[in-house]
Design a protein around this ligand. Structure first.
Ligand SMILES: *Cc1c(COP(=O)(O)O)cnc(C)c1O
Length: 426
């Protein structure tokens, strides 16, 4: 902190100075982390966020504007998720908060039925946030291996159900390989055993639009009997400002278990819908504004572009010798690496019989050489791409960059950096 305050313009100049070296997401270099629907939607989100940044969504009696905006945004998302007039939701700061809150609610629901050592059953592809929830709330997370198509295995999940089981989890689509779990079969399982069933559609804001475009026919949402809650992020494929997700419940009765209320302090009656206390109204206002600005036509257009980008990049990557795409991606996500052995395991030589490529070394080259950023996953070793609307224009450039990186890697066989994480580890 300087002794004497610095003038505004100089502060902003200095602040901008910190950016050099950052991922260039507006140029389509980011295959997760940031999404771009073009300058107009982006600037509108920033402006709306700014206008409501100091309003506090902890207390909507004091800010009726935020209650009205919440009703509209959450209501829109519930209906996009196939909900009916019983479906309710809460606006949260992101997928992690939606998931933590859902698991916390499931734990309370289980407790109300006498389950004191709660357990959830989830596929190995379910997001890391479920493990975080298990850790925070002391719920056992039993991860069940997915099939060779990377989809959840309902039979193996059924075999794992016991009297402490409270919750089943599936994804639409799953983050690692972009496939949609068999929601209908798992819904039946949940009904047969009278369990809660959460569908994580944090990446699934694309799905209602893909359905309308005729690019998806699978069932994935509240229209499936047995689905009791869903998470859906808006700061990903809703193309709005960071800090925006919805946790939806099939009914008010199910939502009740997640709400926290206490009067056990000297501050009087306190209640909060999810994990955060004070919460900026900014991300809510931004989500409302972007919904209005893009409208259904905007989301159809953007989602189709993202889907075509995935198809184009998938086709391009598949044509590179020694590179395979994992499973059969269904939405706007894919993962690629050296072909693996059919089981979800070790890389094997490509069709050309050359040794398997170190795909993490390819990631190092993509980042150092062209500023392309892909997440690193394992097992099996692979790179992850979430395509959004911005990627259609750079699809061929990216495939070419991967092709060059693979060729260079064959030349010198450098070892890839295995220390980088999906998030930040400190
Ligand atoms: C991104 C994501 C999450 C976590 O959401 P955050 O917004 O990063 O907290 C959970 N599940 C899936 C499928 C995701 O893609």
């Amino acid at each position: 902190m300087p002794t004497t305050g610095v003038p505004t313009h100089e502060v902003l100049d200095r602040l901008e100075g910190y950016r050099h070296g950052d991922l260039r997401w507006k140029d389509g270099r980011a295959f997760s982390l940031a999404y771009f629907a073009g300058p107009e939607a982006h600037e509108l989100a920033v402006e709306a966020q700014k206008r409501f940044s100091s309003e506090n969504a902890l207390n909507m009696d004091a800010f009726p504007s935020l209650r009205a905006l919440t009703t509209e945004v959450v209501g829109t998302v519930c209906s996009l998720l196939g909900g009916d007039d019983q479906t309710v939701g809460v606006f949260t700061s992101g997928g992690t908060e939606s998931i933590l809150t859902a698991v916390k609610g499931a734990k309370e629901w289980g407790r109300s039925r006498g389950v004191h050592r709660p357990r959830m059953i989830l596929p190995t592809t379910a997001h890391a946030a479920f493990s975080k929830a298990a850790d925070y709330f002391d719920v056992e997370a039993l991860r069940i291996p997915v099939g060779t198509d990377y989809r959840a295995d309902p039979h193996a999940m059924a075999a794992a159900v016991d009297q402490d089981t409270i919750l089943l989890v599936a994804s639409a689509p799953a983050y690692p390989q972009g496939v949609i779990d068999p929601i209908d079969e798992i819904g039946r399982l949940a009904q047969d055993h009278d369990l809660l069933f959460h569908v994580d559609a944090c990446m699934g804001f694309t799905l209602p639009w893909l359905e309308r475009l005729g690019l998806l026919t699978k069932q994935w949402n509240f229209t499936v009997p047995g689905v009791t809650s869903m998470s859906c992020d808006l700061h990903k494929f809703g193309y709005t400002a960071k800090g925006a997700s919805v946790l939806a419940h099939r009914s008010k009765e199910l939502r009740r278990h997640q709400t926290f209320i206490t009067s056990d302090w000297l501050g009087g009656l306190y209640g909060s819908a999810a994990l955060l206390g004070t919460r900026s109204g900014g991300s809510l206002a931004a989500a409302w504004a972007v919904f209005q600005h893009l409208g259904e036509e905007g989301y159809l257009r953007l989602t189709e572009r993202a889907f075509r980008a995935r198809e184009r990049i998938q086709a391009g990557l598949t044509s590179i010798d020694g590179i395979a795409v994992r499973g059969a991606p269904e939405a706007t996500i894919l993962a690629f690496g050296a072909p693996s052995d059919g089981a979800i395991g070790a890389a094997v030589a490509g069709p050309d019989r050359q040794p398997p490529i170190d795909i993490y070394a390819v990631a190092d080259r993509l980042w150092a050489g062209g500023g392309w950023y892909c997440d690193r996953q394992t097992p099996p070793d692979s790179l992850h791409c979430t395509m959004n609307a911005v990627h259609l224009d750079v699809a061929d450039d990216f495939v070419a960059a991967v092709g060059s990186a693979v060729a260079a890697q064959r030349e010198d066989g450098r070892a890839g950096d295995r220390t980088r994480a999906y998030g930040t580890v400190e």
